[in-house]
Write a protein that binds this ligand. Sequence first.
Ligand code: ADP
Length: 424
Amino acid sequence: MAAEEDNLDQLEEYVDPAEAEAGEAGKSAGVQGSYAGAQACSFRDMLLKDELQRAIGDAGFEHPSEVQQNAIPFAMVGNDMIVQAKSGMGKTAVFVIATLQQIEVEADDKHVDTLVLCHSREVAYQISREFERFSKYMPDVSVGVVYGGVNISAHKKMMKENCPNILVGTPGRILHLMNEKVLSLDKLKRFVLDECDNLLEVALDIRRQVQEIFKKTPREKQTMMYSATISEDARSICRKMSRNAEEIFIDDNQLTLHGLQQHYVTLGEKDKIKRLTDLLDDLEFNQVVIFVRTRQRAAALNAMLIKCAFPSMCIHPKLSQKKRLERYKSFKENSCRILVATSLFGRGVDLERVNIVINFDMSGNSNEYFHRVGRAGRFGTKGLAITFLANDKDREVMEEVQSRFEVGITELPSTVDSSAYMAN
Ligand code: ADP
């Protein structure tokens, strides 16, 4: 595996590094986040291309969410964008729709028009599927996805023989393909960073890779950066990479997800497993994600749950790429109801049937907490998040979450009414 890809693995391996501690939340633009309170504006009002409008209708999107209402009109006319909105508010569709609205390619155009960088392989795959879903009536537009951990020869072949117009990938693999001279960004028109704070702030190596890629893009292009959390530091890096960017910050200091009930349980480390299995027995749910600190703990907890006859699977960065994607897909398709995961899975992954998140191990910082619990209650649906607090550090992070974002997180009551977190 190439050195750059090792770097990516380092990012994926990291478990809540101190660097991820974000500073004070930036100032909110004052817009309160909501999901579909979009009576004032519909996708139709955006005057999108017919083929795009039809695909949006097929996807069942009726009203744009707050961030979509605020950001799409700017993004679709080529503005640079720095966009923050809570997890699950539909940020992906903002850059997907803005890109497809603007893209002008013909069937024999074999160059990369739009490059999307993201931090994990599952997210890369998920984004490429969104581009495919919304470009279904645009037969000339082609979409490709590349990431490390799989043999590079298939990616090289794709770039040489069938270069896609929209390329989604992780930074290590993209750089590798550029260094091998099979990927050129000379004609790039759009450059997108998803979970931009993670790409620019968390790990220095990744930031260097992103900057190296960025330097090889043309000056004239649209740069768009998105995340649920963008600290002041990340924001200033984003500004340096863009020109007169439209900055849309929705609920930056109020990351509470509507419909998401959040509770904590104070307990000793040794009591966690018993408490977890009791909860899994007692609570009703469609799917649940359980977050743990390390991949060893993920594997061990998963094995223990299976032994107790719980329908569980686990995902962590050390699995082969093939296995990871298979497991991600099968969980998304509801083949299994319990997923044990490391923080890697805390960001960006869209799993619409998940209604409970359990932090078996508390995250190392408040940002990660919000990304993790955002896996439940996607797009305004209901959800429940339960966090185990086993030591002083856990309690400190919980205090930081509460003070930074003013969310009401209370002790887990003895019974929780399932109608409070299950869709009707
Ligand atoms: P984010 O990137 O903000 O975390 P996603 O883009 O992953 O959120 O969107 C979360 C979920 O909401 C996805 O399943 C997506 O298909 C769905 N979604 C996005 N926009 C809309 C909309 N306008 N109407 C209905 N569902 C939507």
